[in-house]
Design a protein around this ligand. Structure first.
Ligand SMILES: N[C@@H](CCC[C@H](N)C(=O)O)C(=O)O
Length: 318
């Protein structure tokens, strides 16, 4: 049997750098500022730093870079010169993801805490991401992001059949129909129904999705939230409520996924038909996210994701 010898971590380009840890509904991230985009961040290094036992530990790693200094992103400034900061997002395994909804909120909180931007409550700013420029507003309880339009990954198949994929997972007795949705990054949503055993799922292992979206997928399991008679507050009558657990591509099970909450609300609303509400509360193990469907400035239906985000501490790597 091979023996694994653990060696003291070699932090590569991160040696002597200060990292900041933060989270958004329990989806946690390590942040670093690299305005000029000079750092070499190979996947192995990110995986080492985000490892919960042999590293600092986090679901994702986010580098703050000036948009103008990234060859692949500087074009974003042509239409949106205000999007001066770019969220360079990596999953815990070091893979690059196009978008992270919790990440954007936490990113803005990080930029604020570092004094790199100014944003008053009610104010708005633009952030560059691999999924385009996102507008973020500061609210009284956190941040609200215009995530842009959602879409079906498998096109008309979903519209015709209601589902367009099959998912198997540990704890599910039989494969379930599912819907693959893009929020800039890929998601596959499974509705377990009112009798669904959300808590009985084992999401340690990646669920199997067929057909698997070309770039892989994040998988969300959803049950309708029971609203008791006492909770029958007229103010929330027109708000859909679901509970969700997620297995994230490149990470594993996380306590929350912002783009996943948007995809889960979009799928549940689609299944609900014309009467389904435009406002949703998505309860995840790490808290609650609000998802609202609105008409965007481009006349397309946009998804707005709102929720808290906070920084928890700093780490200096030796
Ligand atoms: N947790 C994020 C999503 C992060 C990226 C995801 N794992 C992927 O690979 O697409 C969120 O809050 O949206």
């Amino acid at each position: 049997m091979a023996t694994h010898v653990y060696e003291a971590p070699v932090w590569g380009d991160l040696t002597a750098k200060t990292l900041t840890k933060g989270h958004a509904t329990g989806n946690d991230f390590i942040f670093i500022t690299d305005p000029l985009g000079e750092l070499d961040l190979p996947a192995e290094l990110i995986a080492q730093v985000t490892d919960r036992h042999f590293g600092i530990g986090a679901d994702g790693f986010i580098r703050a870079v000036k948009t103008k200094n990234l060859d692949f992103a500087s074009h974003l400034l042509e239409a949106h010169p205000e999007a001066t900061w770019f969220m360079d997002y990596r999953n815990g395994d070091g893979s690059i993801a196009e978008m992270c909804g919790n990440g954007v909120r936490a990113f803005v909180d990080y930029l604020l805490s570092e004094g790199l931007i100014e944003l008053e409550e009610g104010g708005r700013l633009l952030i560059g991401t691999r999924a385009g420029v996102k507008a973020v507003a500061k609210t009284d309880t956190g941040y609200a992001i215009d995530m842009g339009p959602w879409g079906f990954i498998n096109g008309d198949m979903a519209r015709d059949n209601g589902t367009d994929a099959q998912v198997t997972a540990k704890g599910l007795k039989t494969p379930r129909g599912a819907l693959s949705i893009t929020m800039g990054n890929p998601h596959t949503v499974v509705m377990l129904g009112t009798d669904g055993k959300l808590d009985g799922l084992n999401l340690h292992e990646a669920p199997k999705v067929s057909p698997r979206p070309p770039e892989g997928t994040n998988v969300e399991f959803v049950v309708p939230e029971e609203i008791s008679a006492e909770d029958g507050d007229p103010a929330t009558e027109n708000i859909g409520q679901i509970r969700m657990r997620v297995h994230e591509r490149g990470v594993g099970e996380t306590l929350s996924c912002g783009t996943g909450a948007c995809a889960a609300a979009a799928a549940t609303r689609f299944w609900g038909g014309d009467e389904a509400p435009d406002e949703w509360l998505v309860r995840v193990p790490g808290g609650t996210l609000a998802v609202t469907f609105v008409l965007g400035p481009d006349e397309l239906e946009h998804v707005v994701l709102a929720g808290p985000a906070t920084m928890v501490g700093k780490i200096l790597l030796g």
